[in-house]
Design a protein around this ligand. Structure first.
Ligand SMILES: NC(=O)c1ccc[n+]([C@@H]2O[C@H](COP(=O)([O-])OP(=O)(O)OC[C@H]3O[C@@H](n4cnc5c(N)ncnc54)[C@H](O)[C@@H]3O)[C@@H](O)[C@H]2O)c1
Length: 329
């Protein structure tokens, strides 16, 4: 079985690929062969991948390159699509890359998947497509009301993917997950940004009153959920994948300060993000009941392991942090 995975030089995709490669002996005949397609933007790094693994091939390229994507999908049985511009703050500064990669790039992939008869196409979306939800949790039927150019571009690609199922019968499955955390996350997102700043003796920027609520999902739980959707999910269906730990940004900051042995004097209160959604929350009953999904990582342990990983892996994040400057959560 040949699997094409896009965007797997980034945080979640690379973890997904490593997990699949580790599940079987390196030369197991029936284990999936994986081709990673990644443009290596500022967010992607080959350090995230086990490049010498016999079942892994890396292709440096863009999902918007129809010729290249056509060649790769011709040899693929399944596609798992992670590639995206993923940082909300960047989409507020300039939205064009978000539209071009997240919307146009997804359409190029869907066209190629259709043309070459790909069996299954898993589109990795986000809980941000539902917009802010004051109370309760969004089921998969909840209306899409994205607030940022990032989430609007993800909602567009998510709907395009579902449209390829309804219009053409392509076996598309969409996942909508909450905020991921874990090792190898680019140090511009809130947890790795705060941890690496604290390890460097710098301040951390807390948006507004810090009362925005996010649900936290350990990256391995997300990867397990995606693989359940790929292997057991149904065509044309959406599956929410949640983590089960809702925290305000202020509470999260407190936990990170404690984990790094720092005090509140290291927190700099900054102007709130434009259009900042107050709360995201997904109801993942469907994934639990249909696929047997449940998050297995306890947040306290997962966070401690994540902080320890950043403490022990400066060589991974220091060059990445130098690539970008002034990143905020
Ligand atoms: N990180 C989260 O908490 C989170 C939450 C919900 C959904 N998601 C979604 O999960 C997916 C993966 O997120 P992530 O956090 O791993 O992102 P990331 O930013 O760490 O990685 C994105 C990867 O995509 C690649 N890429 C970007 N543009 C490309 C293009 N035009 N062609 C080919 N490759 C390209 C980058 O080089 C990078 O390796 C995204 O679709 C994102 O929207 C992430």
């Amino acid at each position: 079985m040949n699997l094409l995975v896009t965007g797997a030089a980034g945080f979640i995709g690379s973890r997904y690929v490593r997990t699949l490669l580790a599940a079987d002996a390196p030369d197991a005949a029936d284990a999936p062969r994986i081709t990673v397609l990644d443009a290596l933007t500022y967010a992607g790094t080959l350090d995230n991948l086990e490049l010498d693994h016999p079942r892994l091939e890396f292709v440096h390229g863009d999902i918007r390159d129809a010729d290249l994507v056509g060649k790769l999908t011709a040899g693929a049985d399944q596609v798992v699509h992670f590639a995206a511009e993923s940082h909300v703050d960047r989409s507020i500064l300039t939205a064009s890359d978000f539209v071009l990669t997240n919307v146009l790039g997804t359409q190029v992939l869907l066209d190629a998947a259709l043309r070459h008869g790909v069996d299954t196409f898993v589109h990795v979306s986000t809980d941000e497509v539902y917009g802010s939800i004051a109370s309760g949790s969004a089921t998969e039927e909840y209306p899409l009301e994205p607030s940022s150019p990032y989430s609007a571009s993800k909602a567009s690609s998510d709907l395009l993917a579902l449209a390829y199922h309804r219009t053409h019968g392509l076996d598309v499955r969409v996942t909508r997950c909450s905020n991921n955390y874990g090792p190898h996350q680019f140090p511009e997102k809130v947890i790795p940004l705060f941890v690496t700043n604290l390890l460097d003796g710098a301040k951390v920027p807390l948006y507004g009153d810090g009362l925005n609520v996010r649900d936290w999902l350990y990256v391995d739980d997300h990867c397990a959920g995606i693989d359940l959707v790929r292997t057991r999910g149904r065509a044309g269906e959406v599956y929410n994948i949640g983590g089960g730990t809702e925290l305000t940004n202020k509470d999260l900051t407190g936990l990170l300060l404690e984990a790094c042995g720092a005090g509140w004097d290291r927190v700099e209160h900054v102007e709130d993000r434009k259009g900042h959604d107050l709360r995201y929350s997904v109801d993942w009953t469907k994934a639990r009941d249909e696929l047997g999904y449940r998050p297995r990582h306890d947040f306290t342990t997962g966070l401690a392991e994540t902080v320890a990983w950043y403490r022990d892996n400066r060589a991974w994040w220091e060059p990445l942090k130098q690539r970008v400057s002034g990143g905020k959560p």
